[in-house]
Design a protein around this ligand. Structure first.
Ligand SMILES: CCCCCCCCCC(=O)SCCNC(=O)CCNC(=O)[C@H](O)C(C)(C)COP(=O)(O)OP(=O)(O)OC[C@H]1O[C@@H](n2cnc3c(N)ncnc32)[C@H](O)[C@@H]1OP(=O)(O)O
Length: 153
């Protein structure tokens, strides 16, 4: 029997090849968020992270732009875990409750619709058992045909 590539191997391969210096998930980025997304048994990705003091906007609260980046990063990495490389085409974030700095939190993402080249994903951030933010993202694969369209070739 041949050995199948695991979701975590696919994720790591795409991450290294496609965005090794990502501000959200690269461990090398000097001022990045350094979030370590990993595949889950449920078929999505998840990560636990510290909400660092330097991520704040309003005093004591994580900035909404950072929250959007955490959610978007989770959804992007969720597609990586399926071997799919895609761009964010649309991102809707609902900030349900403040996300506090100094307290760890979890982010999860799953694919909810596959209609290549479009994929719809859902993501959420939970802190101390309460949902803080949810997102829906639409992603589009980066094939050569699309590249040509975008470049006007
Ligand atoms: C000098 C300035 C310095 C600025 C520093 C930089 C700041 C940068 C800006 C940020 O990053 S802020 C941080 C990110 N945002 C948050 O952390 C907000 C987290 N969410 C909350 O605190 C509350 O959910 C919020 C204040 C937005 C609302 O809470 P409430 O308890 O007042 O309202 P509630 O959740 O009960 O919703 C009230 C109504 O609004 C509706 N609603 C809320 N959000 C909605 C939405 N997104 N779309 C549509 N409707 C919405 C909601 O359905 C509901 O409708 P009904 O009255 O009909 O039931």
């Amino acid at each position: 029997m041949g050995s199948e590539t695991s979701p975590d191997e696919l994720l790591e391969q795409a991450r290294q090849e496609q965005h090794p210096r990502c501000i959200v998930c690269s461990e090398q980025h000097t001022c990045g968020l350094k979030v370590e997304y990993a595949a889950t048994d449920e078929g999505g990705v998840a990560a636990t992270f510290e909400c660092l003091e330097q991520w704040q906007g309003y005093s004591g609260l994580v900035h909404g732009g950072v929250i959007a980046s955490l959610l978007d990063g989770a959804m992007t990495n969720c597609l990586f875990a399926e071997g799919i490389v895609a761009y964010t085409a649309d991102l809707q974030v609902r900030y349900k409750r403040p996300l506090h700095v100094g307290t760890p939190a979890q982010v999860v993402a799953t694919v909810s619709r596959r209609n290549p080249p479009l994929f719809v994903l859902k993501s959420k951030i939970v802190q101390e058992g309460r949902v803080r933010a949810i997102a829906t993202g639409m992603f589009m694969t980066n094939d050569n045909q699309l590249k040509q369209l975008w470049n006007g070739d």
